[in-house]
Every structure is written in C-alpha cells, then in structure tokens.
Write a protein that binds this ligand. Structure first.
Ligand code: SME
Length: 155
C-alpha cells in the first residue's frame, strides 16, 4: 500500500485516499471488512490519534472497527460529539474538544475531533465515523466533504 507523504496537501491526501478506498471496497460486500479497511486507510494516511466507527444498536452507539488506543464502548444518543452527530444528523467539527460540553474523553491526548453520521439509502443513520487528532483545530469543511464522499462508498 502507498503511504501518503505528510508534506502533501490535504486535498491531495484525500484524492489518493479516495482511490485507495474505492479499490479496497469495490467488489467486497462484507460491511465489517470494508469498515475495517476504510478505518485503517484514513487513520494511516493522516497519522490520526484515533479513527473508528460507532454503530447504532437500539438507543446507543456501540464501538465498531477502529484504529488507535482503546475507546469507550457505548455512547447514548445525544451524548458527546458522536452522540450529537447521531441525534442531529449533522457532521460535528470540534476544534477544541475540551470546550465541547459533554465531550466524552476516551483519551487525554485527543484535542480536536470530527464525527460524521452515516446514512442508509432510506436516510436512517446506521452509525457514526469518528476521528480524534492530537492537533487543535485539525478538521475543517474540507475534511467533512471528503470524508462524507468516502464514507458513501460504504452504503
Ligand atoms: N470523544 C468522543 C467519544 C469517542 S472517542 O473520541 C473515541 C465523543 O465525545 O463522542
């Protein structure tokens, strides 16, 4: 697998990442396998602190495939950054997690975060894709649009 040079621009990193994701998930129908590879590709392309999926199970999010240190297993709807992404249906970009009311601190090293809700074709949310960075303000709208496009390949 090609490791993306850290000197490349974010848009170039996402362009390469998108090609890698397409080549990995096309032709594979197993959701767990595809989530695992998408998670690994995103995580290692950017050297994030934590990258993973939370999956809707009844009225909670339950930890799914991830890369990085161990994380909290269950998150209630509306709680923390991930639970807010689920309850609002909107991607959450948090420049400083320490200022986010109700943030669930799974790791003291996490300083910024993005949480993207994942939708079925009927619009129902089936999970949340979450990334934590040690850098403050790492994520912006360019991450949101690139990640939303990449994650649509998981439908
Ligand atoms: N910080 C998240 C919890 C998940 S971890 O970051 C892996 C939140 O507030 O939802």
């Amino acid at each position: 697998m090609i490791e993306v040079e850290k000197t490349e621009s974010k848009s170039e990193q996402y362009r390469i990442l998108t090609k890698q994701v397409i080549s990995m998930v096309e032709g594979e129908s197993n959701a767990l396998a595809n989530m695992s590879n998408v998670c690994s590709l995103v995580h290692h392309s950017f050297g994030h602190h934590w990258t993973g999926f939370y999956l809707v199970e009844d009225d909670e999010l339950v930890l799914g495939p991830f890369q990085g240190p161990p994380a909290c297993t269950r998150i209630a709807k509306g709680k923390g950054v991930c639970g807010t992404a689920w309850s609002t249906g909107q991607t959450q970009i948090v420049a400083n997690v320490h200022e986010f009311e109700g943030h669930i601190a799974c790791s003291p090293e996490s300083n910024s975060e993005i949480a993207v809700p994942l939708r079925k074709s009927n619009g129902d949310i089936w999970g949340v894709f979450d990334i934590d960075s040690t850098e403050f303000g790492f994520f912006d709208e360019s991450d949101q649009s690139a990640l939303e496009s990449i994650l649509a390949f998981l439908q």
